[in-house]
Design a protein around this ligand. Structure first.
Ligand code: R5P
Length: 300
């Protein structure tokens, strides 16, 4: 047994030295097989190595979340601006047009509703169905420090094993319980565990202090989770900070679909993620698009 108590605490993540990835646009992926790299390239733009992933999987434990009551009306119009869509298979089959050609990251764990202990999840999708639906990746919640931590890690490693068989990457989603701090120490622990145990992509929250050590310490791409709805300028600032501190893009839900102008917001997020547009400029861009849309609606 490792001497956990005796671990040295001073760490150096060399955040200024990017990990080598041999010409492929994603770190940690250059030694994967062709199918897996092809699927990852549908999620992360080869030109920038980053993604604007639109998360709309909330219904798997929250039911009809505000903004997602009618996905056909509110989300389908946003699809042209999303590099990838994160959703459940129920929504994919029932509502997302099969002509959608960008990445699909399928929510592949579930079980408890918001009324129960959330960490008590199980795998909720068969790999055969993920392949049948031609998804680009599977997403699984990992509850480090949660009541069912080991079970959720096991869910992830099982999906990783199944995914490796067919060339489907797995995205480990570090779930933060109510009692867990979202600081660099915790996020660094959770993201590294996901990567060490095989996740090809990790989704995690942003933290104001030390986020660059979280991204540098994770050998595979990290996408930043959006979290609760913030004022647009704050959400754009958080996205900018995350990508300039090493995140390979964002996986945002409520900060896009609960915005006053979701189409304008997702395009502004795209400017930040792919062009590293500073947040104040991206916010102006958002306001301009929003105004144009309001004017067009007034003319009708
Ligand atoms: C979070 O872990 C789940 O996947 C969510 O349903 C979703 O991704 C959250 O998105 P947001 O926090 O940006 O609304």
């Amino acid at each position: 047994m490792a001497d956990i108590d005796g671990l040295k605490d001073t760490k150096n993540f060399y955040p200024d030295i990017p990990a080598a990835h041999d010409g492929f646009h994603l770190k940690g992926a250059h030694q994967l097989d062709w199918g897996m790299r092809n699927r990852l390239s549908r999620v992360f733009r080869p030109a920038t190595g980053r993604t604007v992933m639109l998360a709309i999987d909330h219904g798997y434990f929250l039911g009809p979340t505000t903004g997602l009551e009618r996905i056909d009306l509110t989300i389908v119009p946003l699809l042209p601006y999303a590099d990838a869509l994160m959703c459940t298979r129920g929504i994919l089959r029932s509502t997302i047009p099969s002509t959608f050609g960008n990445g699909v990251v399928m929510r592949s764990s579930g079980g408890p509703s918001t009324l129960k202990e959330l960490s008590n999840e199980l795998i909720a999708v068969d790999i055969d169905d993920a392949v049948r639906m031609n998804v680009s990746a599977m997403a699984v919640q990992v509850y480090i420090g949660g009541e069912f931590e080991t079970q959720s890690v096991r869910n992830m490693t099982t999906l990783v094993d199944m995914g490796l068989r067919y060339g489907v990457p797995t995205m480990g989603v570090t779930a933060v319980g109510k009692d867990l701090a979202r600081d660099a120490r915790y996020l660094g622990l959770a993201t590294r565990i996901c990567a060490e145990l095989g996740a090809q992509v990790v989704k995690t929250y942003y933290c104001d202090e030390g986020f660059e050590s979280v991204t540098a310490g994770c050998p595979v791409p990290i996408v930043m989770a959006g979290g609760k709805k913030l004022p647009e300028i704050d959400a754009l600032t958080m996205a900018y900070n995350a990508v300039t501190q090493g995140a390979a893009g964002v996986d945002m839900g409520r900060n896009i679909f609960q915005s006053e102008a979701p189409a304008a917001m997702i395009q502004a997020v795209g400017k930040v993620v792919h062009e590293l547009m500073p947040p104040t400029q991206a916010f102006d861009f958002y306001l301009t698009l929003k105004r144009e849309r309001e004017n067009a609606a007034a003319r009708k």
